[in-house]
Design a protein around this ligand. Structure first.
Ligand SMILES: Nc1ncnc2c1ncn2[C@@H]1O[C@H](COP(=O)(O)OP(=O)(O)O)[C@@H](O)[C@H]1O
Ligand SMILES: [Mg+2]
Length: 986
């Protein structure tokens, strides 16, 4: 590479461009042939141009608009094939790769144009380095764009703050795209995907897999190197997936002929050898070819005669030969400054933002912008400005001294925030540019980290870590930021780093109050129960902490002990905590203490007292001075309501909690409420919904780990789901996880044993089930969770046929505890009756229990007691009425996806000569084919409700309603709401 060339690439910040000597030679050869023909024949393919016929030499008018695509015919064959497939209903992934300036974006454009021409719905977005901390940024750009966006911005705003936003966004997008794709092919492209955020990549992965059967063409453009390694890995996963139908296009240098064509297009006339020889120095990189021609034009070195362009001189045009610095020198000082400032702004920006950043009125900045456009640096797209190519932007950035660039970047972040940008949007900018002691940056980084925690814990941890680094050593918030960072690192499974940060901070000579605060943060948010307890205990050794911090440690100790299942220690700990809280009038500490005490009440059978204790705290739930305590109470209260079977009340508490956690931007809290919500769905007999929530709320590696805070509910629920549905794979996974959890704290052990017993019993292995329950006394303490309620019945069923007298005694003990505080018509009392009926062969008790559960909100519990009533009648010999009851149980189980239970009942029915089969496949069309959800939508729509109203009534997104409607239409073979209303009335 010659010297000029070298400088050229350096000036443009190009790092990887291969030298294509062969290309150069070919261009030269081609040029010779051309001149041999004495310029008689044009390079084919261009539209005629009047100037070609003109004999006089004239000046070139620089063309505007898009030039034809050159030299990519092989690539376009692939594109054409994919578009043909798309029209025929086949989806695909097109991955375009290459170095900067090689024409990736241009090719993406071409795909978009052709797809639109072929009648596809076209969606597109662009990933940017800066927006890695904004979940879904490029994807949402794509679906929010245009007059008929695919997605509703209001819905989005609502979703994006949720802990499970990832799930909902993907869910809604899948619905929305599927709805369009049902009638129109979709072409969705994302440029510069190597910068995409994690949420976007996960969503793409899920969407591409989930919509594989539909006509959707995904076009993704990516640099050959650089960007975020995570994004590149995700691309590899997507491309490597089975039946992903992925096509990879590598873009290399344009060949000599294409360069000649491109030059001809740009100059709008044929070109001669002199132009081609110069163009060859761009080594087939179209960006550089265009740059070079512009430079020649700028220097008046292109002359057109007889329809052919000739270049004078053999040296490179100044604009390529000199650094960007000297190019800028040719501008007026104001324009030069404006362009430099612009290079620090986001990739696209408004004139108003630029005006603010250069501290001028918008009208004054217009002159500078015009100058920059004339100098080919900036372009306009609607009301947004941007650099013509990212390479130019980088080159301009390099003209600014580093320290200065950072200062400007920091300043721009402030302006962006003032102009309404979110903390996430400026986070990367702040992380790069802020200096130690910059508290505004620390606040924004912490906020961004908390919001991002759910969708990308790892980036969130990095931002939090950066916030920590920006704090002065003596800053009072250091302890809080350390614990936030440690928690995020744990959440991102960066355990080692988390431990290191925690121990190094704790081992440095911290004031005791700070150490206590760090330990408090860990005790509230660590993933592991035993570790939480240890943090509290260690902190309580510190005499120097404040009274408030001490009170909090005492109550969190009680709470953590309760959830670790160290039941015997909880009451004392809770009472000590409440006394300390009372002494200091400390509501925040009191609330946690009350939650701990409420759990003791519940375990001892005083469910009503437990509920009252929590309810007393409700008025203070969201007051400013109680911190996360309000959320803990809300979650505990909602959980207690679920446990006693008051599911509607629980739903209201959860909804209220979610609103408040969003207000407080507490994503971890929302996750807790999410798990309670999964328990509620389970209790309501919506097993699939419970499974979906857990699967989307908890990462796979923590989902079944009872020693982890979140995994507890996961294991418990998945265990119940595995047993009820008979899902083999899930049963196997759950079985392995439960055995591992046997070594955990008492509560993990207890749940694990119950899960193992349930699985064994469901397999028909009563002996093994009895063995499990025989192992551990604690397993039959009274319920803390909805799933435990089911375990009481399970234990009674197992004890009934077992010879283990001790087991029977323990079940009776649990039953008595349940009856202790129960009211005659509540679920727990009915469950006690059910269990007693089993143990004492008391038909009347069973019938009574059934009568109560029939009108409860717990259909699967009801199915269970109906089944046992059936067995009891059967033992009495009344086959016919026994069969009737068993059929009823069978139907109930089937309706709630409890296939394993239904099978068990079907076997007994078989023996009675009644043959029932579980119907898996629904009818595909007609009224019978409508699902329960579709029927609900149908009812409301037939009543004249709009989609939005239906969405509100059913608390789903409008898109979901839309999807339901489409399905209803296609199942019923109709096309409009009017027809639907007619059908319903008719
Ligand atoms: N095959 C091509 N034919 C004509 N012009 C092209 C071609 N490829 C790229 N260009 C032009 O070259 C410039 C750089 O291309 P671009 O698509 O932005 O590159 P990349 O996205 O790979 O960095 C643009 O002005 C584009 O219009
Ligand atoms: Mg590009």
């Amino acid at each position: 590479m010659n010297d000029v060339h070298h400088r050229l690439f350096e000036a443009l910040a190009l790092t990887t461009v291969t030298l294509h000597r062969k290309v150069t030679e070919r261009i030269e050869r081609r040029a010779r042939t051309l001149s041999a023909r004495n310029h008689s024949r044009a390079i084919g393919g261009r539209m005629g141009n009047q100037s070609r016929d003109g004999a006089a030499e004239h000046k070139l008018v620089w063309p505007t608009g898009r030039q034809p695509l050159r030299g990519r015919s092989e690539h376009m064959k692939v594109v054409d094939d994919l578009l043909l497939g798309l029209r025929r209903g086949r989806g695909a992934v097109l991955l375009i790769e290459g170095p900067p300036g090689i024409g990736k974006s241009r090719l993406v454009d071409e795909v978009r144009l052709l797809a639109a021409g072929a009648g596809a719905k076209v969606l597109w977005g662009n990933a940017y380095e800066e927006r890695q901390a904004v979940p879904f940024a490029p994807l949402l750009d794509a679906v929010l764009r245009g007059d008929h966006p695919v997605y509703d911005e209001a819905v989005l705003r609502d979703l994006s703050t949720r802990a499970d936003s990832q799930y909902w966004v993907v869910h809604d997008l899948r619905d929305a795209i599927a709805a369009i794709a049902a009638s129109t092919p979709v072409a969705l492209s994302i440029d510069d995907i190597h910068w995409a955020d994690t949420a976007t990549m996960m969503a793409l992965h899920a969407l591409i897999a989930g919509l594989g059967q539909l006509p959707v063409l995904w076009t993704l453009a990516m640099r050959s190197a650089g960007g975020r390694p995570e994004a590149r890995d995700a691309i590899d996963t997507i491309a490597g997936a089975q039946d992903s139908n992925t096509h990879r296009l590598q873009l290399g240098a344009l060949d000599a002929e294409a360069v000649a064509q491109l030059a001809g297009d740009v100059l709008n006339v044929d070109v001669d050898e002199s132009v081609l020889r110069l163009a060859a120095t761009a080594h087939g990189n179209p960006f550089l070819v265009v740059e070079l021609l512009r430079g020649l034009h700028e220097e008046d070195r292109i002359h057109i005669a007889r329809g052919c362009a000739r270049a004078t001189g053999s040296n490179l045009p100044q604009r390529l030969a000199v650094t960007m610095e000297r190019r800028l020198d040719r501008l007026t000082p104001t324009a030069r400054h404006a362009i430099q400032v612009a290079s620090i702004l986001p990739n696209t920006f408004s004139a108003a933002l630029l005006a603010r950043a250069v501290d001028q009125t918008p009208s004054r900045v217009v002159a500078s912008v015009d100058e920059a456009i004339r100098a080919d640096l900036l372009t306009e797209d609607g009301d947004q400005l941007g650099f013509r190519h990212d390479l130019l932007r980088r080159a301009v950035q390099l003209t600014i001294p580093y320290a200065m660039r950072r200062a400007m970047e920091r300043e721009s972040a402030g302006i962006l925030l003032e102009m309404g940008a979110s903390a996430q949007e400026v986070a990367i900018r702040l992380a790069r540019s802020a200096d130690v002691g910059d508290l505004a940056a620390v606040t924004a980084l912490r906020e961004a980290a908390q919001t991002l925690a759910r969708s990308d814990a790892s980036v969130a941890a990095d931002l939090s870590r950066r916030a920590l680094d920006l704090l002065k050593p003596d800053d009072g918030t250091r302890a809080a930021v350390v614990s936030e960072t440690v928690v995020l690192m744990n959440q991102a499974s960066r355990w080692g780093e988390a431990r290191q940060l925690a121990t190094s901070t704790l081992s440095s000579d911290l004031p005791e109050e700070e150490e206590a605060l760090i330990r408090l943060g860990l005790s509230m948010a660590s993933t592991n129960w035993a570790q939480r307890v240890a943090e509290n205990r260690q902190a309580l050794q510190l005499p120097g902490m404040s009274v408030h911090t001490r009170a909090l440690h005492l109550s969190w100790l009680a709470y953590n002990l309760a959830l670790d299942g160290q039941t015997l220690a909880v009451r004392d700990a809770a009472l000590t905590a409440l006394a300390a809280a009372a002494e200091n009038d400390d509501l925040e500490a009191q609330m946690i203490g009350e939650v701990a005490l409420a759990s003791v009440d519940a375990v001892e059978g005083y469910q009503q007292r437990s509920l009252r204790r929590l309810a007393d705290m409700l008025p203070h739930l969201w007051s400013a001075d109680v911190g996360v305590s309000g959320l803990v109470v809300a979650a505990a209260y909602a959980n207690a309501l679920v446990t006693v079977g008051r599911l509607d009340d629980a739903a209201a508490t959860i909804a209220d909690g979610v609103i408040n956690t969003r207000r407080l931007k507490n994503t971890a809290g929302e996750q807790v409420l999410g798990t309670v919500n999964a328990l509620r769905e389970f209790a309501a007999g919506n097993l699939d919904a419970a499974r979906t929530i857990i699967a989307n709320l908890l990462a796979e590696e923590e989902r079944l780990r009872a020693d982890l805070v979140r995994g507890r509910v996961g294991l418990m629920l998945m265990g119940a789901l595995a047993a009820h549905t008979g899902d083999r794979e899930l049963s196997r996974d759950v079985g392995i996880a439960a055995r591992a959890a046997l070594d955990g704290g008492p509560a993990s052990r207890r749940e694990a044993i119950a899960v193992l017993a349930h699985l064994a019993w469901q397999r028909g292995d009563d002996a093994e089930a009895a063995r499990w329950l025989g192992e551990d006394v604690e397993v039959l303490t009274t319920p803390m969770w909805a799933v435990d309620v089911d375990h009481v019945v399970l234990a009674a069923r197992i004890a009934r046929t077992s010879s283990d007298a001790g087991l029977r005694q323990r079940v009776l003990g649990a039953v008595e505890a349940l009856e202790r505080d129960g009211m005659v018509d509540d679920v727990l009392f009915a469950v006690a009756l059910h269990a007693r009926g089993l143990l004492e062969d008391d038909a009347e008790a069973l019938t009574k229990a059934a009568a109560v559960l029939e009108f409860s909100e717990r259909p699967v519990l009801y199915a269970g007691v109906v089944e046992d009533v059936g067995h009891s009648i059967l033992r009495g010999g009344a086959h016919e009425s026994a069969a009737e009851r068993l059929c009823q149980a069978f139907d109930l189980y089937s309706a709630h996806s409890c296939s394993a239970d239904a099978h068990r009942v079907a076997k007994v029915l078989n023996g009675l000569g009644v043959h029932r089969r579980i119907v898996r496949r629904r009818e595909q069309t007609g009224w019978e084919s409508l699902t329960a959800a579709e029927l609900r939508v149908l009812e409301l729509v037939a009543d004249g409700a709009t989609n939005r109203e239906v969405a509100e009534r059913l608390t789903v997104s409008p898109h979901t309603v839309n999807t339901h409607l489409r399905n209803i239409f296609s199942k019923l073979g109709i096309h409009s709401r009017a027809e639907l209303a007619g059908l319903v009335r008719g």
